[in-house]
Design a protein around this ligand. Structure first.
Ligand SMILES: [Zn+2]
Length: 179
């Protein structure tokens, strides 16, 4: 059997720190191509800037698709009160970063000093060794959390893709006798 390349047509990974590879956790992921220091800007989460109305429409489309495919495939990020970023395009390699309950990166919104525009960057939150897979916490709330089991394999894995703010509530839900 021929092994398929991990990179699909139209895709680029515009970062000096990482590349696209197949991931044992889920589909494909991004992997450090060299040691990454803590608090480094690793890769920008790029996409189309859309207003909240458009975001709502696309968000629901992506959720429907996600429910059909079982993928946690929602790529819309909040930029500010007026704008979101739809990162579902192939030019956005950062969309392939998997979720983990013990992530080594976090998504930050930073203002570009030259343009003054807000940008989303995936930044390291600890030193990352060459070859490690990159992760951030997707920060999902608990709406339909059961559709999004987590296979991150971290010691502290809570079993579902959920933001840390929701972990306590999730534990209570899971402990409840009836679900
Ligand atoms: Zn997990």
């Amino acid at each position: 059997m021929k092994t398929k390349s991990a990179i699909e047509p139209g895709e680029v990974c515009d970062s000096e720190w990482c590349e696209i590879r197949r991931s044992p956790i889920h589909g494909r992921g991004l992997y450090a191509t060299k040691d990454i220091p803590n608090e480094e800007y690793v890769i920008q989460y790029v996409g189309e800037k859309i207003d909240k109305d458009e975001s709502n429409i696309r968000g629901w489309e992506q959720i429907e698709w996600a429910q059909k495919t079982g993928d946690a495939a929602v790529y819309i990020f909040t930029l500010d009160d007026d704008w979101d970023i739809d990162g579902s395009g192939p030019e956005n390699a950062a969309r392939l970063i998997n979720h983990s309950c013990a992530p080594n990166c976090e998504a930050y919104i930073v203002d570009n000093e030259e343009t003054g525009e807000g940008e989303i960057w995936i930044c390291s939150i600890r030193k990352i060794k060459k070859g490690e897979e990159l992760f951030f916490n997707y920060g999902f709330d608990l709406e339909s959390y059961e559709d999004h089991p987590c296979y991150c394999g971290a010691e502290n894995c809570v079993g579902y893709i959920a933001g840390e703010d929701y972990w306590e509530e999730l534990a209570e839900l899971e402990a409840a006798p009836e679900k």
